[in-house]
Ligand binder design. Structure first.
Ligand code: ADE
Ligand code: ZN
Ligand code: ZN
Length: 242
């Protein structure tokens, strides 16, 4: 996601933390908040010491794998990727032998990666770099499938992250909230993104010139992925800081 998407995820998560988790997050982040640190790993990419962290934001596989094969494929990849780094950072977050600084940095990555793996194009195909190489037009302007989903559609919506998180949180059905909080398996969240990206690839292969119809057709999906990311991030932190 872009800036507003990540911040909306962080902001929704803040609304769903237990008191205990809230206190431990504050102890790690000091004056910062989940909302504010949510975009930090994208900013870190500009620093030489973090230049190798780009693959931590996504995971690509072959297309059209059924569920079990997809899960097997992501678990078998040993190069750093969103799946194995997220597991590592959740572990570091809870590890009392780590310094406060190390645990704070782990938290920053957990916030960002849980956001990113809910962006459907972050579980895409390697050969087109998660849709970055799929050129298209959106309402007459040149863009690509990845960027459209990171930020193009969210920017078009014209809400900032506070408006987005308020609207999205208010529209959260209690039964869905419970379901999402209960099932905390990042491999499943990635499979959801993967299923969605397959559909998004297929749509633009049919018609790469997207008009005003594209936003209303996909707005419910953007909302659901941001809501899920926020609620699930809170669930992971509530569990880590139990
Ligand atoms: N580069 C290669 N694959 C990518 C993906 N799925 N998302 C973002 N950047 C990428
Ligand atoms: Zn990212
Ligand atoms: Zn992206």
């Amino acid at each position: 996601w872009g800036v507003e998407g990540h911040r909306a995820v962080g902001n929704i998560a803040e609304h769903h933390l237990t008191e205990k988790a809230r206190r431990q997050v504050a102890a790690l982040l000091g004056t910062q908040t989940l909302t504010l640190v949510s975009t930090q790993p994208d900013e870190m990419l500009a620093l030489p010491e973090y230049k190798d962290t780009a693959p931590w934001h996504y995971i690509n596989t072959a297309l059209n794998l059924p569920h079990d094969q997809y899960v097997q494929a992501i678990k078998a990849q040993d190069k750093p990727n969103a799946y194995n780094i997220l597991q590592l950072k959740i572990k570091e977050l809870k590890d009392p032998s780590k310094t406060r600084e190390q645990r704070a940095e782990a938290l920053v990555f957990v916030v960002h990666i849980i956001g990113d793996i809910h962006q459907p194009m972050h579980s895409g195909r390697a050969e087109d770099r998660g849709g970055n190489d799929i050129k298209l037009t959106y309402r007459g302007k040149d863009t690509n499938l990845h960027s459209l989903w990171d930020s193009g559609l969210i920017d078009y919506q014209g809400l900032d992250y506070t408006e987005m998180s308020q609207q999205y949180d208010a529209a959260l059905p209690p039964t869905l909230l419970k379901t999402w909080q209960a099932a905390a398996d990042p491999a499943e969240w990635l499979f959801e993104s993967y299923t969605l990206s397959s559909q998004l690839y297929a749509e633009v292969a049919q018609q790469p010139n997207l008009d005003f119809r594209y936003f209303p057709a996909h707005a419910p999906l953007i909302k659901q992925r941001i809501q899920q990311a926020g609620v699930r991030l809170a669930a992971v932190l509530n569990e880590a800081f139990k």
